[in-house]
Design a protein around this ligand. Sequence first.
Ligand code: E4P
Length: 215
Amino acid sequence: MKFFIDTADIDAIKDAYEMGLVDGVTTNPSLIKQSGRDHEETIRDIASFVPGPISVETISSTAQGMLDEADIYQTWGHNIVIKIVMSPEGMQAVKYLSAKGIKTNVTVTFTAAQALIAAKAGATYISPFVGRLDDIGHNGMDLIKQIRTIYDHYSFQTKILVASVRNPIHLLDAAMIGADVATVPPKILQQLFKHPLTDKGIEQFLVDSKAFQKT
Ligand code: E4P
């Protein structure tokens, strides 16, 4: 399973990239706003050192508007994926872009029917938001299982990109189900390293090493 990082924070992306944990990056308007930086400048900075796919989200509500934005975003890096919201206009844009060989990521999706529609339009990635489903009392991971089953039945090439990841269990479950990608916020990435027995073991080794250190 590939790890994408779900942030527009350059320092956080660099840290994770240096540990080999960044196969790609996902951004959205909220993450760009949080970064407090210019959109284009931020994406160009990310593209300057991340070779993997970088999702950049369109904000237009018409297919033509999305396609115009896609033209601009593609000049910001060689590895830009056009992120498009689930809507009839959005699927028109996805169909057009996919016919041209331009990669797309269909976002804010919450049902298997939406995943089916995105795959039929030729989306490169589908982003089901598991955390937001859990937030309203549903089971986000059940959706990932459904999409995996449907895509496998019909050999759809659209990749399942698990989004809105809120904890390490989401990541583990995504891997068990066979999702293609999980996009992980930096905070969750840090949590993946943690186990109390790891901390305790490291501490004990440090203490014991004092017995034979020469200086
Ligand atoms: C993914 O593409 C989205 O940007 C993101 O995962 C949404 O996560 P949130 O529900 O934590 O905002």
